[in-house]
Design a protein around this ligand. Structure first.
Ligand code: LLP
Length: 392
C-alpha cells in the first residue's frame, strides 16, 4: 500500500492538481546525506534547479548544504535564504553580464566556467569591480553517463564544459587574467545515473586530468564532481532514501585526493525527488478503441518529464484503499492530462485498480524537476503546493 493513502482525506478536500511534499522524508534524506558524507569531510551543495520551493530550501539550508546555482536568480535566492555566499557555486554555459556582475558583488565562492570567452568576460567584469573572482574550470571529461540523451552532459558532443584538447590554451589565457584565481576543477556528466560504475569511470578520468594539471605545476584546492546520482522511480516507498553511503564511499575509494584538497558534490534529484508527488483527480474515464483513457486534471503543464524525456513515474490510485487489493479488478489505462498535445501522457497501459471519475491519482517521485519545470501553457493556473506539516 502506498505511503500516501494516509493523506487521502486531505487530498480529497483540496482542489487539485497540486504538489504534495513530505518534509519528514526530506529531513530523513538530509540526515542520511550528512551521516554518509561527513566522515570524508565532503562538501555537498544542493542543485537549486531541481526544486526552489522556499519551504524545502529552508530545510535544506538548515541541514548545512551549500547551493549550486545556474542562474543569477538562483544565486539571488540562495543569498536571500542565507545559504551563505561562501557556499555558493555558479555554473551554466550562458551566464549573462548582469548575472556575473551580481554574483561578483555577492562574493560567491566559485564560478564554474564553461568556455574561454566566458573566462575572459568574468575577468573583465571582475576588473571593473576591482575584484579577483575565484573560478573552477568545468571540464568535459568525455564520460558516458548512460542516461537519457537529453540529460547527458559530459560527452564532447554536449554544449557543456571545456574540452580536454582546449586545456593548454585555457592555461595560457589564464596567465593573462589578473582578476581571476583558478581554485579548482568541476565536472558534471549527467543526471539520473543509477549505475555506480559510471561514477567510478568519472573518478578515473578526474584522476588522469588532475595528474595532467599537477605535471604542469598546478595544485588545485577544490575538486567538484557535480551531481547526477539517480533515484528509484519504480519503488518510491521501498527506496525512499538513496544509498548515499554507497555513493560517497565510492568516491572515497576511487578518487585520488591530494592532502590539501576539498571535494564538492552538487546533488539535486537524490535530495528532493522522492519527497514530492503530483496529486490530481480523474476527470473522465474515456473508452478508446484499444484502451481506456484515465483523463486527469493534471497534465504536462504540471509535470513535463514524461512528455519531454519519456520518463517513468509510478502512478497510483490513492482513493482505492479500504478494500483488499485481491477483491478489486485491475484494468489497464492510458493515464493522460487535459492539455492539447498528444505527448501529454503520464503513462501508457498503466495497471490500476478499477478507476472512476473523482478518484485521487498520485504521480510519485516528482519532487525534482517537477514544480520548477511547470508552465502555464493553455493559460493553466500556476500549480500550488502543500506539505505534510499542514495536516497537523
Ligand atoms: N550540477 C550541474 C552542473 C547540473 O547541470 C545538474 C543538473 C546538477 C548538478 C544536478 O543534477 P542531479 O543531481 O539533479 O542529477 N530536468 C531533467 C534533469 C536536468 C539536470 C540538469 N542538470 C530531468 O527532469 O530529469
Amino acid at each position: 500500500m502506498s505511503t500516501l493513502h494516509k493523506y487521502h482525506t486531505f487530498f480529497s478536500n483540496h482542489k487539485t492538481p497540486f504538489y504534495f511534499y513530505d518534509t519528514g522524508l526530506l529531513k530523513r534524506t538530509l540526515d542520511e546525506i550528512k551521516r554518509a558524507s561527513s566522515p570524508y569531510n565532503y562538501h555537498v551543495h544542493y542543485a537549486l534547479k531541481a526544486n526552489t520551493n522556499d519551504t524545502l530550501l529552508q530545510l535544506i539550508k538548515e541541514a548545512g548544504l551549500g547551493a549550486d546555482c545556474v542562474s543569477g536568480n538562483e544565486v539571488k535566492k540562495a543569498i536571500e535564504l542565507n545559504f551563505g555566499a561562501d557556499k555558493i557555486v555558479f555554473a551554466g554555459v550562458g551566464k549573462s553580464d548582469d548575472e556575473i556582475n551580481y554574483a561578483l558583488q555577492q562574493n560567491i565562492f566559485c564560478f564554474n566556467c564553461e568556455s574561454i570567452p566566458e573566462i575572459e568576460v568574468i575577468n573583465e567584469l571582475a576588473k571593473q569591480q576591482n575584484k579577483v573572482a575565484k573560478i573552477a574550470l568545468r571540464i568535459n571529461p568525455n564520460v558516458d553517463a548512460q542516461t537519457h540523451k537529453y540529460i547527458t552532459t559530459g560527452l564532447e558532443e554536449n554544449k557543456f564544459g571545456i574540452n580536454l584538447h582546449e586545456l593548454t590554451e585555457v592555461l595560457e589565457i589564464l596567465k593573462q587574467c589578473k582578476h581571476l584565481k583558478l581554485i579548482g576543477l568541476h565536472f558534471h556528466i549527467g543526471s539520473q545515473i543509477t549505475d555506480l560504475n559510471t561514477f567510478k569511470n568519472l573518478c578515473t578520468r578526474v584522476n588522469e586530468i588532475q595528474h595532467w594539471f599537477q605535471q604542469r605545476g598546478y595544485q588545485l584546492e577544490h575538486i567538484n564532481v557535480g551531481g547526477g546520482f539517480g533515484i528509484n522511480y519504480s519503488k518510491p516507498d521501498e527506496e525512499s532514501v538513496c544509498n548515499f553511503e554507497a555513493f560517497f564511499s565510492l568516491f572515497k575509494k576511487f578518487l585520488q585526493v591530494q592532502p590539501h584538497q576539498q571535494i564538492h558534490f552538487e546533488l539535486g534529484r537524490a535530495v528532493i525527488a522522492q519527497c514530492g508527488s503530483l496529486i490530481s483527480r480523474v476527470l473522465y474515464i474515456k473508452k478508446g478503441t484499444n484502451t481506456n483513457f484515465a483523463i486527469l486534471d493534471a497534465g504536462m503543464t504540471e509535470l513535463i518529464r514524461p512528455a519531454l524525456y519519456q520518463a517513468y513515474h509510478k502512478i497510483e490510485n490513492v482513493s482505492v484503499i479500504q478494500h483488499s487489493a485481491a477483491n478489486i479488478q485491475h484494468f489497464k489505462y492510458d493515464v493522460v492530462g487535459p492539455i492539447c498535445e498528444s505527448s501529454d501522457c503520464f503513462g501508457k497501459a498503466v495497471e490500476l485498480p478499477e478507476t472512476k471519475r473523482g478518484d485521487i491519482i498520485a504521480i510519485r517521485s516528482a519532487g525534482a524537476y517537477g514544480e520548477v519545470m511547470s508552465s502555464q501553457y493553455n493559460l493553466r493556473d500556476k500549480v500550488k503546493s502543500y506539505f505534510d506539516t499542514e495536516l497537523n
